[in-house]
Design a protein around this ligand. Structure first.
Ligand code: TEU
Length: 542
């Protein structure tokens, strides 16, 4: 039913718990802090929150290395704190989506401790173990995203085990049905607790090729929109034909969905990082209504904020995925904050922040916002000594890692550490972020924060933005022009993402009607054309 479809077109706000709000004075955020700040999230008008991992973890990859799927890490609080947070979010009318990092565990997970103890224990086959080649080297050429080989030698078993990320994140063997059962049991644990959905970390990494065949070299594809630049990390030099996106995953996703369907209104959003194959994978995983509800890709997480790029991404999606649903995002906890990626000069900051959320809100799909983007925050400039992300520490300075988007939320300008914590936070709060704190922006009518509220209210007020059709209309290359349509109502959106004035001249067949006021942007109709400033947009009834 419609209520079960809440995720379609939903606005989801991502919380990075470690950096949201500290209530215990240890310099790190916690679940009670999230509960305290839910009012802020609700004030934006979002439908759901997505929490990055808060499970028991040694925190080698900031919680994306789980050692107990069914408990809260003490640094974040307790299960009772989680229940209280969930209840309060629901009271405020927001759904709660949690991160499931089940492709790998921490090497401190009891399953791995048991698995590595011998070659014949009950969990011996729960991870991807393999004998060395004759010369003692790794079983094949698979690489880790975080650098180096995707295999680690274990001196006790005298075998290698596979890892896609850190060596302390061993990859689970999904070919073993016991592994699938154990994971689905942990999913049921959270369903019974009342969570509304799951963000499935690296959902296309679950299965590997059983024959452990070598990956072929990467063949550049003109359609490819990728983030793993080969000049920084040799990972990008390889095509990941055999270490991920294996056909067996389809059946597992069906099992996952069957479990979800025992409950009302639950959803899944899968993270698909698969280079040029990503969209095909999204189509495979979200079609048919019996696997995932939606996926997101890395398409809009790159440096490009041009009409051409956005059009290319959306059109490629429309071509590849006719039965399925997407979730778009400009920012998350893995990439540089989008304002910094998109601006060409510091003074563009506010304008770009506003234009970006207006554009995101008008695309067909669900959308994810990342904490702090509603303040127009820029990427934090950190010294090497400040870094905590092992990925950044390894590739510094060619790649500075992911800490610059993970610094604490600035709540109150006048307070120590901008009201995030009474103690020195795990990452510093830049002075510039403190100046853009929530309390400061609350008081300014035209602030980025208030623009987010007005824009999300605009999206909510127009049902066609929720799930209406989207079609591009003819325009010059530099202009992004498309219609959204539902139930006889049709709106034209025109974006100028360049810095120069531009004019949209409609094709003869397109009759411009009344301008529709969009928060922060006025429609400039003149003699049947739309006049736009640099970094501007307009909406007209057609
Ligand atoms: O990210 C998966 C992933 O593919 C990223 O590592 C991405 O390639 C990279 O960050 C681009 O900069 C997920 C989580 O979002 C990430 O935080 C975890 O580190 C990773 O999985 C391992 O669990």
């Amino acid at each position: 039913g419609k209520a079960d479809d809440w995720w379609r077109g939903a606005v989801i706000y991502q919380v990075y718990p470690r950096s949201f709000q500290d209530t215990t004075g240890d310099g790190m955020g916690d679940l009670r802090g999230i509960t305290r700040r839910l009012g802020h999230i609700a004030s934006l008008g979002v439908d759901a929150i997505w929490l990055s991992p808060f499970f028991k973890s040694p925190m080698a990859d900031m919680g994306y290395d789980v050692s107990d799927y069914c408990d809260v890490d003490p640094m974040f609080g307790t299960l009772a704190d989680f229940d209280a947070m969930l209840a309060e979010a629901h009271r405020l009318g927001m759904k709660v989506v949690i991160d499931q990092v089940i492709s790998h565990t921490s090497d401190q997970h009891p399953w791995f401790i048991e698995s590595r103890a011998s070659r014949d224990n009950p969990k011996a086959d729960w991870y991807v173990w393999a004998d060395p080649k004759r010369d003692g080297t790794a079983p094949n050429n698979w690489l880790s995203i975080f650098g180096g080989p995707g295999w680690e030698w274990d001196g006790v078993r005298k075998q290698y085990y596979m890892h896609n990320f850190l060596a302390s994140q061993p990859d689970l063997n999904f070919h073993n049905p016991d592994v699938q059962d154990a994971l689905l049991k942990t999913v049921r644990f959270w369903l019974d607790r009342g969570v509304d959905g799951f963000r499935l970390d690296t959902v296309n990494f679950y299965f590997h090729d059983r024959k452990l065949r070598d990956n072929p070299p990467h063949e550049p594809d003109p359609e490819e929109i990728g983030l793993d630049a080969p000049d920084v990390n040799p990972y990008g030099m390889q095509s990941h034909r055999y270490d991920k996106t294996q056909p067996e995953n389809i059946d597992f996703l069906k099992r996952f969905r069957a479990l979800l369907d025992e409950y009302d209104g639950r959803m899944t959003v899968g993270e698909v990082g698969d280079g040029a194959r990503s969209l095909k994978t999204v189509a495979d995983y979200t079609s048919g209504g019996d696997k995932l509800n939606m996926c997101y890709t890395f398409d809009l997480l790159g440096p490009d904020f041009t009409a051409e790029h956005i059009r290319k991404c959306v059109q490629a999606f429309q071509r590849a995925v006719t039965d399925g649903w997407v979730c778009w995002a400009f920012s998350n906890h893995d990439v540089n904050r989008h304002v910094s990626r998109f601006i060409k000069a510091p003074e563009e900051r506010e304008r770009v922040a506003k234009l970006a959320i207006t554009l995101l809100s008008t695309l067909r799909g669900s959308i994810c916002l990342y904490q702090g983007e509603e303040l127009g925050l820029t990427e934090a400039e950190l010294a090497f000594e400040d870094l905590r992300d092992p990925y950044g520490i390894r590739f510094w300075p060619a790649f500075k890692g992911r800490d610059g988007c993970r610094t604490p939320m600035p709540w109150q300008h006048g307070e120590a550490h901008a009201g995030f914590s009474t103690a020195k936070p795990w990452l510093p709060v830049p002075e510039d972020h403190a100046r853009h704190a929530v309390d400061t922006q609350e008081k300014i009518a035209g602030s980025v924060l208030n623009h987010y509220r007005a824009t999300l209210a605009f999206r909510k007020a127009h049902d066609l933005l929720h799930d209406g059709d989207m079609a591009f209309v003819h325009s010059n290359q530099d202009i992004l022009a498309f219609t959204r349509e539902k139930g006889g109502e049709k709106l034209l959106f025109v974006f100028n993402l360049t810095r120069e004035k531009a004019e949209f001249v409609p094709a003869k067949s397109l009759k411009l009607g009344e301008p529709v006021p969009v928060p922060g942007f006025g429609a400039k109709l003149k003699d049947g054309t739309i006049e736009l400033d640099g970094l501007d947009m307009a909406c007209v009834r057609v």
